[in-house]
Design a protein around this ligand. Sequence first.
Ligand code: ZDR
Length: 327
Amino acid sequence: MPRLPPIVYTFLLLIWNTSSFSLAPLSPRMRRQSLAASSAVEFTKYHGLGNDFILVDNRDNSEPIMSPEQAAKMCDRNFGVGGDGVIFAMSSDEGDYAMRIYNSDGTEPEMCGNGIRCLARFLVELEGSAGSSEKSYSISTGAGMIKPLIRSDGLVTVDMGFPILNGPDVPTTLAPTKDLDGGAIKAVVDAPINVDGTDWAVTCVSMGNPHAIVFVDDIASLDLVKVGPPFEVHSAFPAKINTEFVEVASPTHLKMKVWERGAGPTLACGTGACALTVAAILAGKTAERKCTVTLPGGDLEIEWRESDGRLFMTGPAESVFGGAYTP
Ligand code: ZDR
């Protein structure tokens, strides 16, 4: 090999030392070795309809191996890996696994619908059991036990459990407008709210994490970046709020834009798609229990099952790349 001038070696060394992560098409085994050598955090990047997450194998630790601040830095799209959140695959006594997630601002939500589809695909990869057969998991989350099923066509159907409709439990301080279950549940449906000087009507639904749903006539003309932020921090939502703006295109087709708590405008929101389907039924916008929800990043199929009230979400989850990141 020809000798290179010393300046070239210095330059190469400098690049090696200053790069905070490397894109690595490495096998999981090779990546494990490089983690041990450098104490970098291995990750795999996934997305569900463009709602993108950094997945970390955290099965050997009872707490996430990164702090919320480190996760927020890792999510930075210019100075880090880039993502709407970091998801930690944890071991669990109650379910097959547990999920913890930090939003891109470092806050910790209870649940993430798109993220749990990604987590299911990540677990199959970690277990080395990827194949064409179906695979289901029970995952312990801040919103209870959630059950994703990887179908043989690669899509993931998630049993998202039951929506929480009692206003104070969402939580919201807005006055309830609708009695459900013979008055046992006081729901906030199409309730008036003034946000930053504009009057809106909101329906509030929790999927473990809180959502406010606003029906609009024309989603295309909505200025999300202007109207989203003041909803997130409105005093009617003590835990802050994810806000979905929804146009009813037909009884079985709902179009949405989302401003997420702790993450801003994302391309998709699984818990939000479930929450808005429930809201559309409660607010009398549709009587259909099965709807296609079109999000900026693509479509999810949502069913609010009539027989038992459970919600099911079906959509894709794709792995994009893996690497090692030095916090
Ligand atoms: C909306 C979400 N991306 C999903 O797919 O369900 C969840 C992320 C968490 C959300 N930002 C929150 O509740 O703080």
